[in-house]
Ligand binder design. Structure first.
Ligand SMILES: Nc1ncnc2c1ncn2[C@@H]1O[C@H](COP(=O)(O)OP(=O)(O)O)[C@@H](O)[C@H]1O
Ligand SMILES: [Mg+2]
Length: 252
């Protein structure tokens, strides 16, 4: 917030010296240090297998570091109740991750209902969210399989927003969509971030998507953080890895 140094400097997430070995064997992440600021859209960019999903799952404690600590709102994830931690953040995965046997309404209303909201408040919230993500509230009665891929993705975003979390974790949420739907959803996400001041941690391997959405881009390479850049810095970086990325997307 302008004029308030302590809150503008606040890191909603901090990775401090994070290393991760699976089964005590192969190292998946190596000494990651990264601060995610309140209100920013931080993009985790990297090739397939570079560790993006794993890094995101460290934030909601689906993965636990071998070394180091992840801090959320200043407290190590090891000291959070995992359920409470996860309810404070929205999580969107590719294909939406909706429960197939729940209606759209029940999928979106899941966390509010776990939090004990009265049914009429949930109903109103579901209608509000469906409109927010550009869907007709009448879709509330449908099952996920009765929706298109783009509609399912929008429902996934609506569900993540349901209990109004300040932090959104998004793992290649628009990956499976056609370019036009994808562009529409990117635009809606930008508006959400600007209007509702959400902090967004967004995983993608797509440079165009990263440059469009990012306040900053964290580039991952084989489990290491290769650099952190604003979109402008990324475009002009002399880092060979960055230049390789830019060259690979130049013709698209
Ligand atoms: N549960 C797991 N068991 C074994 N290997 C895993 C597991 N999760 C991730 N990995 C490995 O960790 C590396 C990083 O994976 P991931 O974070 O999914 O990368 P990305 O999301 O960038 O594609 C990959 O080499 C992947 O094969
Ligand atoms: Mg992944």
């Amino acid at each position: 917030m302008p004029g308030n140094d302590s809150s503008s400097a606040m890191n909603i997430v901090e990775f401090r010296d994070i290393s991760l070995r699976l089964d005590g064997q192969r190292e998946i992440l190596h000494r990651i240090n990264l601060e995610i600021h309140q209100g920013e859209a931080l993009i985790l960019l990297g090739r397939s297998g570079s560790g993006k999903t794993t890094l995101l799952k460290l934030i909601n404690a689906l993965v636990v570091p071998t070394l180091g600590e992840v801090y959320v709102e200043g407290r190590p994830t090891s000291q959070w109740d995992p359920i409470e931690l996860r309810r404070r953040m929205g999580y969107v995965i590719q294909e939406g991750g909706l429960f197939p046997h729940f209606t759209v309404e029940r999928n979106i209303g899941l966390v509010p209902s776990l939090e004990g909201w009265p049914p009429e408040r949930i109903r109103a919230r579901v209608s509000e969210l469906l409109r927010l993500v550009g869907l007709d509230p009448e879709l509330r009665a449908r099952l996920p399989r009765q929706l298109s891929g783009g509609q399912r993705q929008r429902v996934g975003v609506a569900r993540a927003l349901a209990a109004d979390p300040s932090l959104l974790l998004m793992d290649e949420p628009f990956g499976a969509l056609d370019p036009i739907t994808r562009s529409e959803l990117q635009q809606q996400l930008l508006e959400l971030q600007q209007r509702l001041h959400k902090t967004i941690v967004f995983v993608t391997h797509d440079l165009h998507e990263a440059l469009r959405l990012a306040t900053r881009i964290a580039l991952l390479d084989a489990g290491r953080l290769a650099g952190i850049y604003t979109p402008e810095e990324f475009r002009h970086s002399k880092n060979p890895l960055v230049q390789q990325y830019v060259a690979a997307f130049a013709g698209v």
